[in-house]
Structure formats: structure tokens, C-alpha cells
Design a protein around this ligand. Structure first.
Ligand code: ZN
Length: 268
């Protein structure tokens, strides 16, 4: 089995996790910029984080034969301070050309606040200006439906944004269809408890098909499983899904979406 982990916060993980992912068939890991488990106090903190994502983490991954890619942004959990967000966003263009950068993400909404929405619009502007792919984080639980609708409105209202360049992550049963209907891609996050369990993710695939959908572990500083993707692939096999159908979701689909960035290249 080979797979791509399209959404993992490896700065929070150990080298043991890298080794286990490589042993399970992982060929590339993609790391969106997000909250690091604490609020950073200045733009300089984000500068160091962007250096970590573009310089240091790829070297750590390479020790296990894994390609490491990343996305850059200020996340919605730290977007309440619009002045700080503007400073961080102004810094991003100097990193965009680095060879492992795939686009702007994970931008989005957390509590659907006015300031979060303002910062989301600023980052959509940044992505449009630099013709970047976009990876979107959608809110949790009761905020998800409203937040997903707000985000889709922002993206659809900007005619420069091509829907096939956008992936909306953390979709669930009640949001996946509206995302796919817009022509955007949908990501399912496999968490042991919240978001999608493997069983729910497979139910969604069986209901909506496997076009323009990927699965990720989003493994981070909290309760999460860096092997969630290969474990779900095993569940698909047990449910009778064919090998090529499984590989489409865990390998071919993320490769197709990510290859829209000229920076995305797998090893030989
Ligand atoms: Zn994430």
C-alpha cells in the first residue's frame, strides 16, 4: 500500500511517528500551518514557525525517506487580532517561493467571528494575487454548517479563485455535498473521537463517491492518530472495496489535487 498524508501537523509529532508512517507506505506528508497548541505573541513567532515548516521539518522527514510539503497562513484560532494577522500575512510572500510550499492554508473560520472572516478575506486575496492553491479549515460541531457556508460564499464571490484549486477540509455528512457541488475538493479528517471516524468516512465515500475527495489524519498535538489513513484503507478493504478504489482515495486523488502546484513532486 502507498499513500499520501495530505494534512498532518508533524511539528507536534515524534520521529517514531515518521518511521511508522514510512513503514505503512506513506510517500509524502503535507503540513498546513495551524495553531501550535498555544497563541503566539508576535509576528516573529510566525516567522520562526514558517522557517520550521520550510527548512527544518523537511530535513527531519527526509531522514525517514519521506517528502515533506507545507502550506502557509495565519490560522483562524489566532486571527482575532487583525493587526497581528496583517503583519503575518505581509510576511508570507517571502516564503511562497520555497520549494516545499504548496499554497495558502489552512485558512478558514473557527468561531465564525467578524474578525476571523476579515482575516479569511485577506488571505483569499493573498492566494488570488499569487495564484496559490487554498486549503480550508472548517469549524467544529455546531459552528461547522454556518462556517462552511460563510467560507464558500467568500470563495465563490471572488471570480479569480478557481474552485478546483480549493480543498475544504474537515467535511462531514452535512457539509460534503455543498462543497463538491461548488466544484471544490473535500477533505475528511479521521479522528479517533471527533470529526470523522473511519467508519463514517467510508459511509460518506459509499454515499457520495470518491471523486475529488481525500482523507487525512490531521495528526497534531491533541488526541489523534498519524496512521489513521492506512488504518481506514484497511477498513475499506475489509468492507470489500477494491484495491484500485482504495488507492484512488489515499494516493491518486491527493496526488491529482496537489500536482496543481508545481512544487509538488514525489520521489522517483
Ligand atoms: Zn490541521
Amino acid at each position: 500500500m502507498r499513500y499520501i498524508e495530505p494534512h498532518a501537523h508533524m511539528v507536534s509529532r515524534t520521529t517514531d511517528d515518521y518511521e511508522r508512517m514510512a513503514l505503512a507506505g506513506c510517500e509524502a506528508v503535507c503540513e498546513p500551518a495551524f495553531w501550535a497548541g498555544f497563541d503566539r505573541s508576535s509576528a516573529a513567532g510566525f516567522h520562526d514557525y514558517f522557517c520550521q515548516l520550510t527548512e527544518h521539518e523537511p530535513k527531519r522527514a527526509a531522514k525517514f525517506g519521506l517528502k515533506h510539503f507545507c502550506w502557509l497562513c495565519i490560522n483562524s484560532k489566532e486571527a482575532e487580532d487583525v493587526k497581528l494577522a496583517a503583519e503575518v500575512i505581509a510576511m508570507i510572500p517571502q516564503f511562497i517561493g520555497r520549494e516545499n510550499v504548496l499554497g495558502i492554508g489552512e485558512i478558514g473560520l473557527n468561531k465564525n467571528s467578524r474578525n476571523e472572516l476579515r482575516v479569511l478575506e485577506m488571505q483569499v486575496e493573498l492566494a488570488a494575487k499569487y495564484d496559490q492553491l487554498i486549503l480550508v479549515h472548517t469549524p467544529h460541531l455546531e459552528d461547522k454548517l454556518k462556517g462552511t457556508k460563510l467560507i464558500l460564499d467568500v470563495l465563490k464571490n471572488d471570480r479569480r479563485i478557481r474552485p478546483e484549486h480549493v480543498i475544504i477540509d474537515h467535511v462531514e455528512e452535512h457539509t460534503v455535498e455543498m462543497v463538491l457541488d461548488c466544484g471544490m475538493w473535500a477533505g475528511m479528517t479521521l479522528y479517533p473521537e471527533t470529526k470523522c471516524t473511519p467508519a463514517r468516512a467510508i459511509d460518506i465515500l459509499e454515499t457520495y463517491g470518491s471523486e475529488n475527495i481525500w482523507m487525512n489524519s490531521a495528526c497534531d498535538w491533541g488526541v489523534s492518530d498519524p496512521l489513521a489513513v492506512p488504518k481506514t484503507a484497511l477498513e475499506m478493504k475489509k468492507r470489500g472495496h477494491r484495491t484500485h478504489a482504495i488507492e484512488k482515495v489515499i494516493f491518486a486523488n491527493p496526488r491529482q489535487f496537489l500536482s496543481q502546484s508545481t512544487h509538488f513532486k514525489l520521489g522517483k
